[in-house]
Design a protein around this ligand. Structure first.
Ligand SMILES: Nc1ncnc2c1ncn2[C@@H]1O[C@H](COP(=O)(O)OP(=O)(O)OP(=O)(O)O)[C@@H](O)[C@H]1O
Length: 834
């Protein structure tokens, strides 16, 4: 540590403030040589410090003063700073009774003026601003936390040569000093001794990621940063298609930041970051996490004036963060700003080549484009083409040429495609996270569910999509269908609701036991309550969440909820409150469409997926919310299905998609998948069995869950289980070449606009997309052999009592009967340490 002469023990005035410590510029004489933003804390020997506040360090010729952020109060002084050039970002000095960490060097307004004219050769919007606005803009410059090259020149005589160290955020934060956000940088100080990460050795000056971030990067993230950096530099664009939770945000921020600063020299690049409105706060939090609170390289657009502020200060806040719908609305203004880099998060939104948002973003003429997505193409080659053509316009030919190149397996094309796309699986996280176990619980339908389902299957005719919607409600709980029928009976419904209503008892009063899934959930909640484990419960239906909310409240859980009606600006707060809630009996109710992507719910270690989607990406997104960085506990993910019903068909379809082969063949084949009457008929058949999926694969265990010879193998060898379970997880090699595992292959749906996002998202979030999803059901073509992967999953049945008890114990449900569960499949992900 760099120690200085201390100035302690100042006499205090009546108000208790040390005398002379109120701001008195008259106390300081001489010229201010340099100013830094700093963080300070009482000097102590504690390993993990809590920074108490932010301040400003002003250096004069023979002494320095630390003042409060508003420069009104003097907090300490020292005459011991001998060499200002030593005051690098991150350096800790002691003055007064404080330890002070240097953050950023600030500029003087004269430097700013001179730099401004020197730097901006092209006219920027602030050039024409009135004087008052210029002053504001100068203040922003002054407050800014970067060290531009012109200032390096101006100040170098006084301060010595510019620091060689790349200048990135290194605030050491703790949750108490920085709100509830827990920065990884607060966890340890390993970054101090860590070298910066050099992205490309061959460039001069070398692009680097500063040590304080590099110390925390995982190997796959370094690879990702290099990929983004080089692709943007060499090809103009790329797609980072990592699975959920691998840290696409930090890879993006670090790569682009490295483009913006080389060797402490700022390169004036502007980056437009377009994200779904529900993720704006996530991104802000991510910047804060890595850059600290003092350095704010990002401006988030909430209103028009934010774009103006950005125009005035982009040199210091080079990222502009905006939602898709606002980007669409302000496309004209954005175009004027002439951005250098465009990042589109959840970029599969651009899959429709004629979509409004794609067209609008395309027209911004931003030369470098990066798409981030966990699910790069959801339908077919045309959609994949739309993404690739967006990042590298024209490089992949036109749609027809692209199709041909895909089907001919053209090597040149494949090489180019691979240069523009990087995909890693979330199994990369295994080494860093605790174990994760996933289960599918097949629950017995109640008598009333069976009766109503049988009536629908045997007697109802009409629009299949409406019937599918009825069945999906029924399998969640008969009450949901009953409500819907009551609503529909007055309307001119395509299916007469009345006959179905008669299947319900007169004055039907629901009970928990009317749904096998709900009564199982009720048991599970009691168990979570006892074990004090927090839980997330996700559904596609707002009404299902209402029902579960009532149950949780009745069971004295503290309930948090995020759905389509939750205002975007409070979503992050709800998440933070849940993650830090002191009450262990807390439940988070999540609408999959509203909160499936981006949220970090590591406060919970249990996840219940109450119903499934046709599109596996939506469920995978939702289930990834708890098994993420920051998770400390072993995670259990329970997927619920009502046995023998549409719930099983949806899960089967997801399994089948995961099993399909090569990406291109897969898409080719998909165009041959025709709607078959028997597939639809299968959805409208009730299979009265503990597990229809298990029947379909013709497993020889006879329903005991035990395969011949397996018992000894598993019981005698723990390692056997670990290996076996590891084998269930996709390997990296599976993913690298063709990213086939996550591509969803269904026939091309009608082109749909992807925007009017707020309206549309909200509608979807509240279940409005159900009918659209149900259309996908028409492409079902499931047979037993397409589900063969299930042989790699562990099977459990209550018929095999001892294994059943063992299973409940390992599933963290030892305390309950699970009397409504008739069969279970289990998949586990093991960490390397286990
Ligand atoms: N190396 C790291 N050290 C600590 N935390 C990290 C690291 N990398 C990522 N994280 C954290 O992990 C969480 C997930 O990161 P991020 O949201 O970027 O993932 P993602 O790939 O975009 O996933 P999703 O698509 O689900 O949003 C974030 O809270 C992020 O801050």
């Amino acid at each position: 540590m760099f120690r200085t002469g201390l100035s302690k023990g100042k006499p205090k005035n009546e108000s208790g403030t040390p005398k002379g410590y109120l701001d008195t510029s008259h106390n300081q004489t001489g010229k201010e040589l340099a100013k830094f933003t700093v963080m300070y804390a009482k000097a102590s020997t504690k390993k993990h410090k809590t920074w108490e506040g932010d301040g400003i360090l002003i250096c004069y010729a023979d002494y320095a003063v630390m003042k409060s952020e508003d420069e009104k109060e003097v907090l300490g002084r020292t005459s011991g700073l001998k060499n200002l050039a030593d005051l690098d970002s991150g350096k800790v000095i002691v003055m007064g009774g404080y330890e002070v960490q240097i953050q950023d060097r600030l500029l003087f307004s004269n430097d700013i003026k001179s730099s401004h004219s020197e730097e901006s050769s092209s006219s920027s919007p602030e050039d024409n601003q009135p004087d008052s606005r210029k002053r504001v803009s100068q203040m922003l410059y002054q407050r800014a936390a970067l060290m531009p090259k012109f200032a390096t020149k101006v100040l170098s005589n006084q301060l010595g040569p510019p620091s060689k160290k790349p200048f990135m955020g290194n605030a050491i934060m703790t949750s108490s000093s920085r709100g509830t956000f827990n920065s990884p940088l607060a966890v340890d100080k390993k970054e101090k001794s860590h070298p910066p990460f050099v992205i490309d050795d061959s460039e001069d000056p070398k692009p680097t990621v500063d040590s304080c971030i590099a110390a925390h990067l995982r190997p796959h993230q370094k690879e990702g940063i290099t990929f983004i950096y080089k692709s943007l530099r060499d090809h103009g664009g790329c797609i980072l298609a990592d699975e959920m939770g691998l840290g696409k945000s930090i890879q993006t921020i670090a790569a682009i930041w490295a483009m913006m600063r080389k060797n402490s020299i700022r390169i004036n690049l502007k980056c437009l970051l377009v994200v779904p409105s529900s993720l704006v706060n996530n991104w802000k939090a991510e910047f804060k996490k890595w850059f600290g609170t003092l350095r704010k390289p990002v401006i988030a657009v909430q209103k028009n004036s934010d774009i103006r502020s950005y125009a005035a200060s982009h040199s210091y806040n080079p990222f502009l963060l905006i939602s898709y719908d606002l980007a669409l609305r302000h496309a004209e203004h954005l175009k004027l700003l002439k951005f250098d880099v465009l990042v589109c998060d959840e970029g599969h939104k651009l899959k429709n080549i004629n979509g409004k948002i794609r067209t609008a973003l395309y027209s911004l003429e931003i030369p470098r484009r990066l798409i981030l997505t966990g699910t790069p193409t959801q339908n077919d080659l045309d959609e994949f083409f739309s993404l690739l053509d967006f990042i590298c316009p024209g490089k992949f030919g036109n749609r027809i040429e692209f199709r041909e190149m895909c089907t001919e397996k053209n090597d040149e094309f494949t090489a180019l495609r691979d240069k523009c796309l990087l995909r890693r699986l979330s199994s990369k996280l295994q080494a860093h996270l605790p174990n994760k176990h996933e289960y599918v619980f097949f629950c017995k339908p109640s008598e009333i569910q069976k009766k109503v389902l049988q009536t629908i299957c045997d007697q109802m005719t009409g629009e299949p999509l409406v019937l599918i919607d009825y069945i999906r409600k029924l399998v969640n709980h008969p009450k949901l269908l009953h409500q819907k029928l009551l609503e529909d009976q007055g309307k001119e419904a395509r299916i007469s609701a009345r006959p179905l209503l008669y299947t319900f008892p007169k004055n039907y009063k629901e009970s928990v036991s009317d749904s096998g899934k709900l009564s199982t959930l009720c048991e599970m909640l009691a168990c979570f309550h006892e074990y004090k484990e927090r839980c997330v419960i996700a559904s596609s239906y707002a009404k299902t969440l209402d029902m579960i909310e009532k149950l949780c409240s009745a069971m004295n859980f503290c309930v948090f909820r995020l759905d389509g009606d939750t205002p975007v600006h409070v979503r992050q707060k709800i998440v933070d409150q849940f993650n830090t809630a002191s009450d262990p009996n807390s439940v988070f109710l999540l609408s999959k469409k509203a909160g499936g992507a981006g949220l970090n719910l590591v406060g919970a270690s249990r996840f219940v997926l109450f119903d499934s989607e046709w599109n596996p990406a939506i469920d995978l997104q939702a289930m990834a919310r708890i098994w993420r960085d920051g998770q400390k506990l072993e995670c259990h993910i329970y997927r619920m299905a009502t046995a023998g019903t549409i719930d099983e068909k949806m899960i089967q379809r997801q399994i089948q998609k995961g099993e399909l082969g090569h990406f291109v063949e897969q898409i080719e084949n998909s165009s041959n998948v025709k709607f078959r009457d028997e597939d639809l008929a299968d959805i409208f058949t009730f299979h009265d069995s503990p597990c229809n999926t298990h029947d379909m694969i013709e497993c020889k265990c006879g329903g005991t869950g035990n395969l011949p010879g397996e018992e000894e193998e598993i019981e005698n060898s723990d390692e056997g289980v670990a290996n076996d379970e590891n084998a269930m997880v996709n390997t990296e090699d599976d993913a690298l070449d063709d990213f086939e595992d996550y591509i969803i292959t269904i026939n091309k749906k009608e082109d749909k606009e992807t925007i009017e996002e707020t309206e549309m998202e909200k509608e979807e979030e509240n279940g409005g997309a159900e009918v659209e999803n149900a259309e996908d059901a028409e492409q079902l073509a499931i047979n037993g052999s397409s589900l063969n992967s299930l042989f790699r999953w562990r099977h459990y049945s209550p018929r095999h009592e001892s294994q059943w008890e063992e299973f409940k114990e390992t599933a963290g449900l030892g305390a309950i009967d699970l009397s409504d569960v008739s069969f279970v499949f289990k998949i586990s992900v093991k960490t390397s340490e286990s």
